[in-house]
Write a protein that binds this ligand. Structure first.
Ligand code: SAH
Ligand code: SF4
Length: 367
């Protein structure tokens, strides 16, 4: 599928979001939902009750909200509650599962469930396609389709939880199904800022799924003003797709670097409010002959000096559309050693789900 052939839909704002003129209750942060419910003449506590139910997997219509017939009729006259059902679920030989969802307008997005040592991490999408155009990334090469609404972000989580329950994964409560949520699927989360913030508010609320700040990571290619906004507006882990320690190389890989260069990006990292024991996760794709020399590793160590960091080296995943290659393991290990010797916690991240095109940079929404 060529994403460029799709009619782009204007980015949605963070305003009350509606489908077909009706409010989608799953788009509303708890305070907004409470106000909305009160505007219909219902008590605030009904808003809290409805919010909690909306955050449970498997709740698909008003009759499952635990409210009276009259209230159902009242709500159904004004509002909808959206949900997502995967159109395909593919399982990798390593247990990783890729879910494709078709949205109401036909756009396709993907989420990836990664099991590891009995824990589950869900990688979710924030946009259909991506406008940032990073040269090594298949999502980027597809171009931008549109921003996801808050409900479309939250519904990926609920749909995967539902799938886990149906698959027989047992936990005492639904909120224990997923250990971590990472915004590392399709799209640049900070380019869909208002909707991201609303989705985070919903996902982190204690009356709902209650994801704590330790369990959510937002990954960005480096939209500096929005990084400052995020640090001010909410507490979550930050991951930065760095991929080069030199402006010329980074600009050739990531067009965003021409607007927000390394100095400005690393300045935002230094300002980003980190709690105790917290670090910024720097992602660095190893690209043979481009950013993988030992001189590159030394430069990276120099540039990150003083920033509480963890560095993940990502072996480049082939997308079939670029000329890049992954260096051999010895080179990656030598690169890692330079960083470790300089005092940085550095890991070589094993690629997961490559056989079903679920690995980083391989999500293209082709279902
Ligand atoms: N847009 C955000 C979120 C996507 S995260 C961001 O770029 O940070 C996906 C991660 O996979 C990013 O670190 C991205 O740079 C990386 N990635 C993209 N293409 C890749 C590829 N072909 N091989 C390995 N990693 C890739
Ligand atoms: Fe977009 Fe991230 Fe891919 Fe770059 S790496 S094109 S920002 S999804």
């Amino acid at each position: 599928m060529n994403m460029h052939s799709k009619q782009p839909i204007p980015p949605s704002s963070g305003s009350p979001l509606s489908s077909g003129g009706q409010v989608d209750l799953r788009d509303l942060a708890p305070a907004r939902l409470r106000d909305y419910v009160m505007s219909l003449g219902l008590p605030a506590k009904r808003g809290r009750q409805i919010f909690s139910r909306l955050c449970l997997p498997g709740i698909l219509d008003f009759s499952q909200l635990g409210i009276s017939r009259e209230v159902i009729t009242l709500l159904a006259g004004h509002a909808t509650m959206s949900s997502l059902t995967p159109v395909t679920v593919e399982k990798s030989s390593d247990g990783t599962e890729k879910f494709a969802f078709r949205l109401a307008d036909g756009a396709v997005i993907e989420s990836v469930l990664i099991p590891e040592d009995g824990r589950h991490t869900l990688c979710i999408s924030s946009q259909a396609g991506c406008a940032m155009g990073c040269r090594f990334c298949l999502t980027g090469s597809q171009g931008f389709v549109r921003n996801l609404r808050p409900a479309e972000i939250v519904n990926q989580v609920l749909a995967v939880m539902t799938h886990m329950v149906v698959s027989g994964i047992e936990r005492a409560t639904p909120r224990e199904l997923l250990n971590n949520l990472v915004f590392m699927g399709m799209g640049e989360p900070l380019a869909n800022y208002d909707n991201l913030l609303t989705a985070l508010t919903i996902l982190m609320d204690d009356h709902g799924l209650g994801f704590s700040e330790r369990r959510i990571t937002v990954s960005t290619c480096g939209i500096v003003p929005r990084m400052d906004d995020l640090g001010r507006d909410i507490r979550v882990n930050l991951a930065v797709s760095l991929h080069a320690a030199d402006d010329t190389v980074r600009s050739s890989l990531m067009p965003v670097n021409k607007t927000h260069n390394l100095e400005s990006l690393l300045g935002a990292c230094r300002r980003y409010p980190l709690g105790k024991k917290k670090v910024i996760l720097f992602e660095y794709i190893m690209l043979k002959g481009i950013n993988d020399s030992l001189a590159d590793a030394h430069l990276l160590a120099k540039k990150l000096q003083g920033i509480p960091s963890r560095i993940n080296l990502l072996p480049y995943n082939g997308t079939g559309e670029t000329e890049y290659a992954c260096p051999d393991e010895a080179q990656t290990l030598a690169f890692q050693k330079v960083l470790r010797d300089a005092g940085f916690n550095t890991f070589i991240r094993q690629s997961r789900g490559a056989d079903i095109s679920a690995a980083c940079g391989q999500l293209a929404g082709k279902s």
